[in-house]
Design a protein around this ligand. Structure first.
Ligand SMILES: [Zn+2]
Ligand SMILES: [Zn+2]
Length: 207
């Protein structure tokens, strides 16, 4: 069983997790939203351009870790990065520090609920029959995660939309293969499934 005490001291008051991973999805979404409001930077300075993310992962000893990240696009035309890749960089350096492989249980995203904005950020192809109601990882992040050693077939993407009042108005959830399939027209399918480290490590995905 995971050691709940290892959750980076970020477990919110009042979170009584029903899942064995120690912190519930809803709180992880709120942590992504906190990263969005506190850390995200966009040159336009508009709330609807800010994105936050959190990644919940388990190490080889079963401890649960949570990292958060935010998008940064401080200068028009300058360097920029996504919330998901910001969180992932932190996760990768955490794995190095721990000297442990990590299994990503879920990737959380918090962004605007403005569908026009979502469509333009996601660069939505015209042939997607069901446009997402929340912001999904961009094509670069999807390609990165598709080949990521910590991703499992059971890894979930939990994406939330918030209105300008800070209220969550939309929530979607996809497994890794479902997310990849949804965007198949823009991401070539991978020839083989990603390695499932939880099995190699003898861990049971507990979710
Ligand atoms: Zn909670
Ligand atoms: Zn991205």
């Amino acid at each position: 069983m995971p050691d709940f005490r290892e959750i980076l001291g970020e477990r919110p008051e009042g979170c009584s997790p029903s899942s064995p991973c120690g912190i519930c999805d809803r709180c992880c979404v709120q942590i992504a939203q906190a990263a969005r409001l506190e850390d995200a930077v966009h040159y336009r300075g508009k709330l609807h351009d800010l994105v936050g993310a959190a990644i919940r992962a388990i190490d080889e000893t079963g401890r649960v870790h949570l990292v958060r990240g935010a998008n940064n696009y401080a200068v028009k035309g300058g360097e920029k990065w996504c919330a998901e890749s910001d969180a992932d960089k932190k996760l990768e350096s955490l794995a190095q520090r721990l000297g442990s492989l990590l299994v990503i249980d879920a990737i959380f995203g918090a962004a605007t609920d403005d569908v026009d904005r979502i469509t333009s950020i996601n660069d939505l192809p015209t042939d997607v029959s069901e446009p997402p109601s929340t912001l999904h990882p961009c094509v670069g992040c999807r390609e990165h995660f598709d080949g990521h050693p910590f991703i499992q077939l059971s890894t979930r993407y939990v994406t939330a939309g918030f209105n300008d009042g800070g209220e969550m108005t939309a929530l979607e959830e996809h497994t890794h293969p479902a997310m990849m399939n949804k965007w198949r027209s823009t991401v070539p399918p991978t020839p083989s499934a990603p390695p499932i480290y939880s099995q190699a490590l003898g861990l049971r995905p507990a979710f």
